[in-house]
Each structure stands twice: as structure tokens, then as C-alpha cells.
Ligand binder design. Structure first.
Ligand code: NAD
Length: 454
């Protein structure tokens, strides 16, 4: 029997011992989810909606408990963790409106009636990373359940506690046994079985681009449906005509939130050369003030990295002689603390500039003009997110149309909303989550012709 010891990233002490599922247990859970699908798909739209609203209400009633659990397991700041539990509630409420609005179309045809139906797929396998355990789980199971599918969900080995609790809360809400199943286990065992098991009809994967590619290859064998949310190296593009004070004040949060372990982190700052000195002075002040401290404190803006492994991985990006312009503060003592770090590489060939670090490290590069900014921003294999700062509305429109990324914000760093689509260009992903269109990712369109001439 395989077990895993969860370690607190704040204290480096064991939190809980957990059983990891093997292939036989995974198969048994998939079989249970398939059985539950037969009846869940037939629950009337109104009743399915009510159950999702009840689930949302119970998640809301347990917001503080879920948030504290995330602080304990993942070292998220308490402010973030409360938002994350609230996001699960909001996603459930948003998609609770879907069962009664899962419209098909009536298409004019000769000699009959043609109707399309949005049919559920069956069992959906959701594979979640450790960086945002609650929201990423909810973005999968909310629309999947609303569309009439059942779910098997594998949390990351490092951060399973909130997902397990959400599974219990679903049962408390009256979601029938077998409809929403959480299976802690290894990616190479449980996650891989989701890919190879023929009764899992779709995979929703969020994680590294390398594992995403492997899963995509695996899904090809069964032409299995797939949504991928992968890595990022997003650009924060600041023009000289922007509100530089506001851009500089927001830049630390845009990359150091969740200790930089965020696929949307704006980890490349591109600043127009004529505003470079002014920006750097303001940015340094903001980074030095950024509060890296015990994440259970209400004032904390950043906690530790998730693990020793991640700490070592991030450290490797900063060999001696790295172009460090300045760093923020971090606590001493136990915990995987990493000081916010600002690099000023000579050019875009620097490894820390090009690769996703998934830690609190940002590279700043100057650019000359609009065309230069677009060229540099798009010179990346990724295309997930990004910001554009300018007071010139024409320029803001042109640049936001030209940047190859799925989620942009203008004069803001906020690009994730549960009611708008989320996903990546290029190697940042495939398909979109959230918003009105996510339901398409959890349904097949069936076309039926009724002959009226007989
Ligand atoms: P990871 O790819 O190592 O693991 C992600 C999940 O996949 C885990 O649950 C893991 O157990 C599982 N897994 C690993 N190997 C597997 C296999 N062979 N088959 C099936 N499942 C397997 O990533 P991580 O280190 O947990 O997360 C960090 C990465 O996630 C970063 O690269 C980040 O950019 C990305 N991410 C992307 C988004 C997005 O929305 N685009 C969001 C969050 C994180």
C-alpha cells in the first residue's frame, strides 16, 4: 500500500499521512462513476441546478474551514485561500444556471425537422496541479457536473486536502454517491489510468507543458477529448504614456502572488525605454514593501514555495552572477521562503527570461516602440496571459489584438473571471475553461433529423 506524507511548506513538518490509490482502486472508482452517470444524466435540469446551488451554499458555509486547510496544506496566504474557496462557490453558482439553459438548435431543413442536442460525455477525468488546488478543480467539476457528466478528480500529490473535503461537501449537499469522486494518487498511476481507461471520455488537465504533451499523446489512442491548461511566461507591457505609478504598484502582485506559482504570472516586464528609470525606481520601492510572511496573517501578500523540490528548482534559475537588480524580503527560519527577485538580463536569451520558473522571479527588459514590444512579447513558446499599460486607447486595442495570448488585461493585471473564457495560445494550452463556452467542452453536439413526410 502506497502512502504520502503531506508536509507544511511553512513549518516543514508533516501534516497528514495519506493513502494513494492504485490502479485497481482507480478502476473501481471509474466503474462507480460510470454507473452513477446512468442516473445523473437523467436527473431533471431543475433538480440538477438545485443540487449544484446547494453544493455552492455548503462550500460557502465552509469557506473559512477550506481556506484554513489550504493555508495548512499549500502555504497560500489566508486572503488568497478565502478567495479560492469563494471561487469554487461562484463557479458552482454560475454553472447551476446551465442545466436549464443547455440549448440545442432547430435548423431549417426540407421534409422534416432538424434538432441538435447537447449530450453529456460520460465520466470526465480531471487532473489538478498543486498551485491552485481549489479553483482549478472547480473550473473542471462545476461545468462538467452541470452538463450531466460524472467526475473522477485527481488532486496533485502535494495538495489533496481541500479537494478531498470538497468531495465530502458534495455528498453533504445531496449530490448522489459516485457522481463526484476524488481519488488522491500519483500522476503516473491514477492520472495515467484516466488517460488509458476507455470509460473516461474526456481529460481536463492543468499542469506542466511536458506532462500535458504526454497526456495528449496518450489521449490520441482513443481519440479522447482533452482540455489542456499548461505553462506560461506572460508579459507585462508598460508604455511610457501609461500611469507608471499604478503599473509599478501593481507589478509585484502580478508576478509574486502565490509566490509566483501561477500560470498567469506576469514574469516578463517589458518597459518602454524612455520610462525605464522612473519605473524601476517605483518598482523597487513596491517590491521592498511586498509582505512575505506567515501566510495565516491577514497582512500576508506572499507565502513560501510549495516544497523543497520547488525551492531547489527555482534556485537553479539564479546561479551566481545572475543579473539581480534587487530583491524583496523574506522571513528567516523554517519554511520554503524565497525572496521576490528582480532580474535585468542583457537580452532575451537568458534562461530565466525565457523559461517558466514558477517562483517569485521576474525579468525586466526595455523596448523601443510598439512594434518592438509586440515582437518581444510574442517571442515565447507560451501564450497564456499578459497586461498592457497605456493611456492611448488605440494603442491598447492594437497591442491587445496583436499579443498572442488567451487572457489579457489593459491597465489592470486581473484577467481571470469565472464568467469569461480562460485558456492559452500556443504551448500554453488547448481549449477554454470557464465562461459561457466551457459547457461545449463537456458535451457532444448530437444532430437528429425527424422525417415529417412519413
Ligand atoms: P505537473 O504537470 O507535474 O502535475 C500536474 C498534475 O498532473 C498532478 O496532479 C500530477 O500528479 C499529474 N501528473 C503527473 N504526471 C502525470 C502523468 N504521466 N499522467 C497523468 N497525470 C500526471 O505540474 P505541477 O508541477 O503540479 O504544476 C505546475 C505546472 O502547472 C506549471 O507548469 C504551471 O504553469 C501549470 N499550470 C497551468 C495552469 C493553466 O491554467 N494554464 C494553471 C495552473 C498551473
Amino acid at each position: 500500500m502506497s502512502t504520502y506524507t503531506i508536509i507544511s511548506p511553512v513549518t516543514e513538518k508533516p501534516v497528514q499521512e495519506l493513502h494513494l490509490a492504485d490502479v485497481a482502486e482507480t478502476d473501481a472508482t471509474i466503474a462507480k462513476a460510470q454507473k452513477a452517470f446512468e442516473s445523473w444524466r437523467l436527473v431533471t435540469p431543475g433538480d440538477r441546478a438545485k443540487l449544484l446551488r446547494k453544493f455552492a451554499a455548503i462550500v460557502d458555509a465552509h469557506n473559512e474551514e477550506l481556506a484554513q486547510l489550504e493555508v495548512l496544506n499549500s502555504g497560500h496566504t489566508i486572503g488568497n485561500a478565502r478567495w479560492e474557496a469563494g471561487n469554487v462557490r461562484d463557479v458552482l453558482n454560475y454553472y447551476s444556471a446551465a442545466p436549464e439553459r443547455l440549448f440545442g438548435r432547430q435548423i431549417p431543413v426540407p421534409n422534416g425537422i432538424d434538432i441538435t442536442f447537447k449530450e453529456p460525455l460520460g465520466v470526465i477525468g480531471i487532473i489538478v496541479p498543486w498551485n491552485f488546488p481549489m479553483p482549478i478543480a472547480g473550473w473542471g467539476f462545476g461545468p462538467a457536473l452541470a452538463a450531466g457528466n460524472t467526475v473522477v478528480l485527481k488532486p496533485a500529490e502535494l495538495t489533496p486536502l481541500t479537494a478531498i473535503r470538497l468531495g465530502e461537501l458534495a455528498l453533504e449537499a445531496g449530490i448522489p454517491e459516485g457522481v463526484f469522486n476524488v481519488i488522491p494518487g500519483k500522476g503516473s498511476v491514477v492520472g495515467d489510468r484516466f488517460v488509458t481507461h476507455p470509460l473516461v471520455r474526456k481529460i481536463v488537465f492543468t499542469g506542466s507543458t511536458g506532462v500535458g504533451k504526454q497526456i495528449m499523446r496518450g489521449c490520441a489512442d482513443q481519440v479522447k477529448r482533452l482540455t489542456l491548461e499548461l505553462g506560461g511566461k506572460s508579459a507585462n507591457i508598460i508604455f511610457a504614456d501609461a500611469d507608471i505609478e499604478k503599473a509599478a504598484a501593481g507589478a509585484p502582485g502580478a508576478v509574486f502572488d502565490n509566490a509566483g506559482q501561477d500560470c498567469c504570472a506576469r514574469s516578463r516586464i517589458l518597459i518602454q525605454r524612455s520610462a525605464y528609470d522612473k519605473f524601476m525606481e517605483l518598482f523597487e520601492g513596491a517590491v521592498k514593501k511586498f509582505r512575505v510572511e506567515d501566510p495565516s496573517l491577514d497582512t500576508a501578500e506572499m507565502g513560501p514555495l510549495i516544497s523543497k523540490v520547488q525551492f531547489d528548482r527555482v534556485s537553479e534559475f539564479l546561479p551566481s552572477g545572475s543579473p539581480i537588480a534587487f530583491q524583496g524580503n523574506k522571513p528567516e527560519g523554517a519554511g520554503y521562503w524565497f525572496a521576490p527577485t528582480v532580474l535585468t538580463p542583457k537580452d532575451s536569451n537568458d534562461r530565466a527570461y525565457r523559461e517558466e520558473i514558477f517562483g517569485p522571479v521576474v525579468s525586466v527588459l526595455p523596448f523601443e516602440d510598439e512594434a518592438d514590444a509586440i515582437r518581444i512579447a510574442n517571442d515565447s513558446e507560451y501564450g497564456l496571459s499578459g497586461s498592457i499599460w497605456s493611456r492611448d486607447i488605440g494603442r491598447a486595442v492594437r497591442v491587445s489584438r496583436a499579443v498572442e495570448a488567451g487572457n489579457l488585461s489593459v491597465n489592470s493585471n486581473s484577467s481571470v473571471r469565472y464568467w469569461t473564457p480562460f485558456g492559452g495560445y500556443k504551448q500554453s494550452g488547448l481549449g477554454r475553461e470557464l465562461g459561457p463556452d466551457a459547457l461545449d467542452a463537456f458535451t457532444e453536439t448530437k444532430n437528429v433529423f425527424f422525417d415529417t413526410q412519413v
